[in-house]
Design a binder for this molecule. Structure first.
Ligand code: NAD
Length: 441
């Protein structure tokens, strides 16, 4: 990585995106101050402890803190003027959670925009990194103008983030593309300098609105691909075809591509569900009925319940039956439980009378905060003890490598419902499991 490009940055919001982006931007040679209004988070980080699970993050943070390029602060004021270093670019990476009607809650964005305005002392590039509806940058500009009492010059840019939790550092430092939406050459120059260490990767420079739209359109498209293959899996189940062969056959077509064609129990996490909703809502606001996105969401909701229906079919009566969940997070390598399908699945099974035992290698602490009435096991074997049925919820590697003879001795009944098509159906059946997977015979 290139060192000391000399750009001073402030990253507001030190969550999954802000912390990874801040650490990576420091690794790329920038001087970065990560700010968060969650004091506990900042204190942890100042002690070298990570508030989230992300592979390689602790080492990357530690390295850049020691190199004097990465700092943590609890106020925007301190972040924008840190030990005599003025931030030339201020990134916004705060949360944009969904409101009840599906629209994005942009109140944190408005709040930090005001504070940025109050703390600018010279030309500042304000960079919107959170995922937001198109035209949010316009609102940021209006807000900053309103609170910019000293008339300090500034530009508002869009720089959507495409990293995936679990491989976030790899994604940030080796991106498919960097998108920057800029209103001026001056802002473009600053952002190109920020990303100069990644100059071998494609950088797409657009107007601000197009950059904002790229993120919502991309996430909605990926969600559509997942729901499409899940719908196809349902047809496979009803006809005896095999969804994995169908997906392979489709994916070999270069126009389609193989990624995001893995059938399962639906998408979750902090991005896809909320971005899909927000894009649908935004389209509606603009007078366009983007019905396709509504269907994508409906397919996903139904797909989450696929596993509940399979458990019901096997158990007949759910009252008092024990169901073991292997995995809780919406995907492996993350502790993020936001909008994880496991939450809705557990709720429904409990409603139907089942008892849930669950285990996840890293998301247990977060799960305990949001999931009630569940036994949280100490490992996978403790989890399957006395189970009438096992549900594979998250395809963690350690679940692929389980000692199945041990599992068979621990369960009450050897029923495995594989929501991620992790296991080989023939092998599972040969071992003695009643084995059910998504869209496969
Ligand atoms: N998580 C992902 O994989 C991912 C990927 C790409 C884009 N995004 C988008 O990035 C944004 C952030 O997502 P995240 O997953 O990092 O969320 P997060 O909840 O992990 O992080 C947001 C952080 O902002 C902080 N914050 C909120 N208000 C603040 C304020 N006024 N001042 C300072 N800090 C404040 C919160 O305390 C929190 O630590 C969202 O818009 C999300 O859609 C997320």
């Amino acid at each position: 990585m290139k060192k000391n490009t000399g750009i001073n940055l402030c990253m507001i919001g030190t969550g999954y995106v802000g912390l990874v982006s801040g650490a990576c931007l420091a690794e790329m040679g920038n001087r970065v101050v990560c700010v968060d209004n969650n004091l506990e988070k900042i204190k942890m980080l100042q002690k070298g402890k990570m508030p989230i699970y992300e592979e390689g993050l602790e080492e990357l943070v530690d390295k850049n803190v020691k190199s004097g390029r990465l700092f943590f602060a609890s106020s925007i004021k301190e972040g924008m003027m840190h030990k005599g270093h003025r931030a030339e670019a201020v990134f916004i990476a705060v949360g944009t959670p969904p409101r009840e009607d599906g629209s994005a809650d942009l109140s944190a964005i408005e709040k930090v925009s005001r504070e940025i305005a109050e703390n600018m002392t010279d030309y500042t590039v304000i960079v919107e990194k959170s995922t937001v509806p198109v035209e949010t940058c316009l609102w940021i500009e209006k807000t900053v103008t309103r609170h910019n009492k000293k008339n300090i010059p500034f530009d508002v840019c869009s720089n959507p983030e495409f990293l995936r939790e679990g491989v976030a550092i790899e994604d940030f430092l080796n991106p498919d593309r960097i998108v920057i939406g800029v209103p001026s050459k001056k802002a473009e120059f600053v952002l190109k300098k920020v990303y100069s260490a990644l100059s071998k990767y494609p950088m797409l420079v657009t107007d601000v609105k197009s950059a904002e739209l790229i993120k919502h359109a991309s996430n909605s498209f990926l969600s559509t691909k997942i729901s499409f293959i899940n719908a196809v899996a349902n047809i496979c189940e009803r006809t005896g075809a095999n969804v994995e062969d169908v997906a392979r056959g489709m994916g070999l077509d270069k126009r389609i591509g193989p990624s995001f064609l893995k059938a399962g129990i639906g998408f979750g996490g902090f991005c896809f569900p909320k971005d899909l909703e927000a894009f649908y809502w935004l389209a509606k606001q603009k007078g366009y009925n983007f019905e396709l996105l509504k269907n994508v969401k409906e397919i996903n909701e139904t797909q989450k319940m696929w596993i509940v229906e399979k458990v019901q079919q096997e158990m007949w009566n759910m009252e008092g039956k024990t169901v073991a969940f292997l995995g809780l997070a919406f995907k492996p390598l993350t502790d993020d439980m936001r909008f994880a399908p496991s939450t809705d699945i557990a709720k429904e099974l409990i409603k139907r009378g089942a008892r849930i035992r669950a285990y996840d290698p890293v998301s247990m602490e977060n799960a305990k905060k949001s999931m009630k009435g569940i036994y949280f096991a100490k490992d996978a074997y403790d989890c399957v003890k006395g189970a009438d049925c096992i549900c594979l919820i998250t395809e963690w590697k350690e679940f692929a490598e389980l000692n199945f003879s041990r599992v068979l001795k621990l369960v009450n009944h050897p029923i495995m419902i594989d929501g991620r098509n992790l296991y080989d159906p023939d092998k599972m059946r040969t071992m003695g499991f009643t084995y059910i997977s998504v869209g496969r015979k």
